[in-house]
Design a protein around this ligand. Structure first.
Ligand code: ZN
Ligand code: ZN
Ligand code: ZN
Length: 334
């Protein structure tokens, strides 16, 4: 069983998940491993994945083909839902059992297409699936937050080529999200305005870091990007919880995401990339609708690996000014 351990120096939690290294892990009977070379995410190979939690399909029953999108638990989960959360102090150290959820969203039945290659309606379907899973998971009051993310391309940590995203729900707020929440809260306490709504207004008016804009979403190069061509997508209307965002707004985010990914692909010759959703805590319920928090997506192309200085300092050295990246992305032919 995985466990969470807290670093005693800086309050950072890590997940120690030996099962991920050992691999076979499903409680009960694990699904068989696919024959070598076969993609377990392709239609017809459903028996090689755990049982599905959600699917959008026209034909056949659960765990059969005929789907457009399919969600199931990760075969090698970093965390799992079963069991109680047990906290333990060991002298000056703290640890807790690794209760959480780790799910895989196969975004399309088509093995050859990446998320950005899909039409907007199919990207919207992926966002709808994230929303549906988050709504389900937040009913478990032990889960305080969730990160939805994509590792696209081997350079970004993907182990399978077929387009998919993952969701990890956690019994603790991860530090990155906690830092963002407290920064946004500080801004709100001083100005009584949402920081992200302020960013939307200022970047929309200035335009120099703007990449894509439609009625429901702004895609920008952030003022202080960590990596070259980092992009943020912000819904134009204030929404704190991703899972409470209506269809129409998600459809516009999907449209802007499609264009952003296509522009990044054209600019950097289809780079490996990571994508992250930062949304409000799932629990307690009072943390869901915050006036100071605004969910957003972060797209991080992988062009350089973090090195010793980044590990040692938390600083990133980015050779590409965001104003130049945004201009390049706006002008590139797609
Ligand atoms: Zn496949
Ligand atoms: Zn806002
Ligand atoms: Zn963020």
């Amino acid at each position: 069983m995985a466990e969470l351990r807290k670093d005693p120096v800086c309050d950072r939690w890590v997940i120690i998940a030996p099962e991920r290294a050992e691999r076979p892990s499903e409680p009960g009977r694990p699904p068989p491993a696919p024959p070598s070379g076969a993609c377990p995410f392709c239609p017809g190979n459903e028996r090689y994945t755990p049982h599905e939690l959600l699917a959008y399909r026209s034909g056949d029953g659960p765990d059969g083909p005929g789907w457009q999108l399919r969600v199931f638990p990760n075969r090698y989960p970093a965390l799992r839902v079963e069991g109680a959360i047990e906290r333990e102090g060991m002298g000056l150290f703290d640890r807790m059992t690794g209760v959480g959820a780790h799910e895989v969203v196969v975004e399309t039945p088509d093995h050859r297409r990446a998320l950005g290659d899909l039409p907007s309606e199919e990207i919207a379907r992926v966002l709808f699936a994230w929303r549906e899973r988050l709504l389900d998971l937040r009913r478990d009051g032990r889960l305080s937050s969730a990160i939805v993310f994509k590792n696209q391309g081997y350079g970004a940590g993907a182990t399978l080529g077929h387009a998919h995203s993952q969701l990890i729900a956690l019994p603790r707020l991860p530090r990155e999200l906690a830092d963002e929440l407290s920064g946004a809260r500080r801004h709100y306490e001083q100005r009584e305005r949402c920081l992200f709504c302020d960013i939307l207004r200022q970047e929309g008016a200035a335009g120099e870091r703007l990449i894509v804009q439609n009625g429901g979403c702004l895609s920008i190069a952030p003022f202080a990007p960590r990596v070259p061509f980092e992009c943020w997508l912000l819904p134009a209307r204030h929404h704190s919880s991703f899972e409470e965002t209506p269809d129409g707004d998600l459809a516009e985010v999907a449209d802007a995401l499609r264009e952003t990914l296509r522009r990044v692909d054209a600019a950097l010759a289809r780079p490996a990339l990571n994508l992250v959703l930062h949304t409000a805590p799932l629990n307690p319920p009072a943390e869901r609708n915050l006036p100071y928090w605004h969910w957003h997506l972060e797209v991080l192309p992988v062009t350089v690996r973090p090195g010793g200085f980044e590990w040692g300092s938390g600083f990133f050295i980015n050779p590409t000014p965001p104003e130049e990246a945004a201009e390049f992305l706006r002008k590139v032919q797609i």
